[in-house]
Ligand binder design. Structure first.
Ligand SMILES: O=C(O)C1=C[C@@H](OP(=O)(O)O)[C@@H](O)[C@H](O)C1
Ligand SMILES: C=C(OP(=O)(O)O)C(=O)O
Length: 428
């Protein structure tokens, strides 16, 4: 149980948050199947990305770590060999689903397991299209839940209309498509993060994108390169909201990934009336645009959030809910049913924990409604083993009247192991 007390003063200073989780996972995966030595810098050393490294090491890929620099020796798609051990993805949905896409094309058998949150997350969204491509996939409830076993190889291209807005599903199909016979086409329901498409190009591959339709030719060989991972906007989001709700605060966040398919929180904060400034880096890497975000305290109004915006801020909804408790009026979050199949059911866990703190918040079938502003009290809360819920509650504690006692704070290590040290540096 971690005791967190409200701050008597404000937050100020500059903080470079760790590397982007989505891009860190992909950097290992692409480097492992590319030809040559890839060097990755500013890699996120969170538990999820370490699970990705360990899965590829179990398939025989040489991966060395020097601080947050990772060196991967790839030998093409054949770098991967049949693992003698189970591939443990820990708490990581991204590892599970993208790995399934890669393994679908490999001519060997493997078994994926994870923790008990992973065991509840649906995998048929990935198993189904990969089975259509010819992979043999099984698991609990006919391939929907881990443990999942895969025997891959001999894939044929498909045209697939996605029934969910999910970058993980899209990425799994593209990774399988790169190994298939023919051109694989994926049509998205809503545009989701495009890190996989960017990585394919960065590693010398070809991919065609026309609106929501993406096409990839099978049989491509990828070439090793250098990857500079930008700081994670999903981690920066916690400090952006902290600066906006703690009176007299001002925070500067350099080198943050500003990819439009990820940066929906900036748009929402601007619409809420937050004081937020963006300075795009001129020397943004070709892989991903980056920049500096400056946020200061200001008064806020409630907004409506839904539709195409949801995939662009899906992981930020817990912290946006906290922000909305401090805004004047009603905030409605809709079209966000996907929250139910994250590390926890994030509609339920956000509503339950913020209600405990005294917020006026109610769950709806596809999101939540928050009325503000309300003072927050403090008390006993839990991350429920979900890193984003743990960080949201820790930021809430800054403005609570009484201490909060946070159960399972260790869950935060999944995406931000140095979260509390970084937060402490900003408290003046
Ligand atoms: O592709 C990715 O790296 C991710 C995609 C999103 O999941 P879905 O694809 O399930 O929406 C997101 O919630 C997750 O944190 C990371
Ligand atoms: C949903 C998340 O990650 P994953 O799906 O990789 O477990 C997240 O980081 O909020």
């Amino acid at each position: 149980m971690k005791k967190l007390t409200s701050i008597q003063s404000n937050l100020s200073g500059t903080i470079q948050v760790p590397g982007d989780k989505s891009i860190s996972h992909r950097s290992i995966m692409f480097a492992a199947v590319a030809k040559g030595t890839t060097r990755v810098s500013n890699f996120l050393l969170g538990a999820d990305c370490l699970s990705t490294i360990s899965c590829f090491q179990k398939m025989g890929v040489m991966i060395d770590q020097h601080g947050d620099e990772i060196i991967i020796q790839g030998k093409g798609w054949d770098s991967l060999s049949e693992p003698t051990d189970i591939l443990d993805v820990g708490n990581s949905g991204t590892t599970t689903r993208l790995l399934m896409g890669i393994l679908a094309g490999r001519p060997f058998h493997s078994v994926i397991i994870g923790d008990h949150s992973i065991a509840k997350r649906p995998m048929n969204r990935v198993s189904n299209p990969l089975q259509q491509m010819g992979a043999q996939i099984d698991g609990r409830e006919f391939g929907n839940y881990t443990p999942i076993s895969i025997r891959g190889g001999n894939l044929k291209a498909i045209s697939y209309q996605m029934p969910v807005a999910s970058a993980q599903v899209k990425s799994a199909i593209l990774l399988a498509g790169l190994q298939a016979d023919g051109v694989t086409t994926v049509e998205e329901m809503r545009t989701t993060r495009d890190h996989t498409e960017r990585m394919i190009r960065h590693f010398g591959g070809e991919i065609e994108q026309l609106g929501k339709v993406i096409k990839v030719q099978g049989g491509q060989t990828l070439q090793a390169t250098e990857v500079r991972v930008p700081s994670d906007i999903s981690s920066a989001a916690f400090f952006m909201v902290a600066a906006a709700i703690v009176p007299n605060s001002e925070l500067i966040l350099p080198n943050v990934g500003l990819n439009k398919t990820r940066a929906g929180i900036i748009e929402v904060m601007e619409r809420m009336g937050a004081s937020i400034e963006l300075i795009q880096d001129e020397a943004s890497s070709l892989l991903e645009p980056t920049g500096t975000i400056k946020v200061s305290y200001s008064s806020l109004q409630g907004v409506e959030i839904g539709g195409d915006l949801i995939p662009r801020l899906i992981d930020e909804i817990p912290i946006i809910a906290l922000l909305a408790t401090q805004a004047e009026g009603k905030t409605v979050i809709k079209d966000a049913e996907e929250l139910k199949v994250k590390e926890t059911n994030r509609i339920d866990t956000v509503v339950q924990e913020l209600t405990t703190l005294g917020a006026n918040i109610e769950a709806t079938p596809d999101g939540m409604i928050i009325c503000g502003p309300t003072p927050l009290s403090g008390g006993n809360v839990s991350s429920h083993g979900d890193h984003r819920i743990g960080m949201m509650l820790s930021i809430a504690s800054l403005i609570c009247e009484n201490p909060i006692f946070l159960e399972d704070a260790e869950a935060i290590d999944v995406s931000y192991p140095s979260f509390f040290q970084d937060l402490d540096k900003l408290v003046k």
